[in-house]
Design a protein around this ligand. Structure first.
Ligand code: ADP
Ligand code: ADP
Length: 227
């Protein structure tokens, strides 16, 4: 179970209040889209859920367990950023396998091959597995960076504007694919964007942040119909 509960989270950087008393109950398998203007606290929310940063006050619980003090790996979360960071000299296959080859995970090679194959299939990059990352288009590179999060089969995916560097057509394609993948894998997803279309088409829940406060949270229809 990977439901996520945020309780009264606050976080400041010096005089800047990034997040102020934010509470949110995210059911297992939800696709939560966080919307809001630049500086509203969206990325900060992801960083607190991931464990990359600690809140000043408040708590994060994952699967009903207190997560304070747990590392990102212990929380079983992965984070995908706007800028893909692939190893250019490696093949797509090795880029996808890389997170599983960590000395900590000790994933057997046959299991790595199985997961890389499955993720490449889902992301429709199976025909590029033996290409170097430098030989890919921007959209393919972003698929590979999403794939590097998927191979770890985390229970929670955190994505920070993963499609914003792509052109409109690719964004539209990947929106549909991400929604399908999330449904197939049954993962809980927290997704940050400025793009209202992404929110409407993908979200089970939309959270609207403004100046560090959660001003709305609910199904997309409710959020958009409210004044
Ligand atoms: P968003 O993702 O919605 O654009 P952020 O969560 O990145 O917003 O930022 C919220 C506020 O916190 C902003 O005012 C931002 O400038 C500030 N902030 C975020 N990270 C830092 C940091 N590491 N140091 C100082 N200020 C930060
Ligand atoms: P994004 O908005 O693309 O998610 P970031 O979260 O990195 O980007 O930054 C959000 C805001 O926080 C930006 O306005 C940035 O200038 C500010 N910020 C991030 N890190 C720092 C920092 N270490 N010191 C001051 N401001 C920061």
């Amino acid at each position: 179970m990977a439901d996520v509960t945020l309780s009264n989270l606050s976080k400041s950087y010096g005089d800047t209040v990034a997040l102020s008393d934010v509470s949110m109950t995210i059911p297992d398998g939800a696709f939560v889209v966080l919307l809001g203007p630049t500086g509203a606290g969206k990325t900060t929310t992801l960083r607190l859920v991931s464990g990359l940063e600690a809140p000043d006050t408040g708590r994060v619980a994952i699967g009903g367990m207190e997560a304070t003090g747990l590392t990102p790996a212990q929380r079983n979360v992965t984070m995908v950023f706007q800028q893909y960071s692939l190893y250019p000299h490696m093949t797509v296959r090795d880029n996808l396998a890389f997170p599983l080859r960590s000395p900590i995970l000790k994933t057997p090679e046959d299991e790595i091959a199985r997961r890389v194959g499955a993720v490449a299939e889902v992301l429709r990059i199976a025909h590029k597995l033996d290409n170097k990352a430098t030989q890919l288009s921007g959209g393919e590179m972003q698929r590979v960076s999403i794939g590097r999060a998927l191979v770890r089969e985390p229970s929670i995916h955190l994505m920070d504007e993963p499609l914003s560097s792509l052109d409109a057509k690719l964004r539209a394609d990947l929106r549909i694919e991400l929604k399908r993948i999330q449904a197939e894998m049954g993962a809980t997803l927290l997704y940050v964007t400025h793009d209202q279309i992404e929110a409407m088409t993908m979200a089970t829940h939309v959270g609207v942040l403004d100046h560090g406060r959660l001003v709305q949270f609910g199904p997309p229809r409710e959020v958009y119909e409210s004044p």
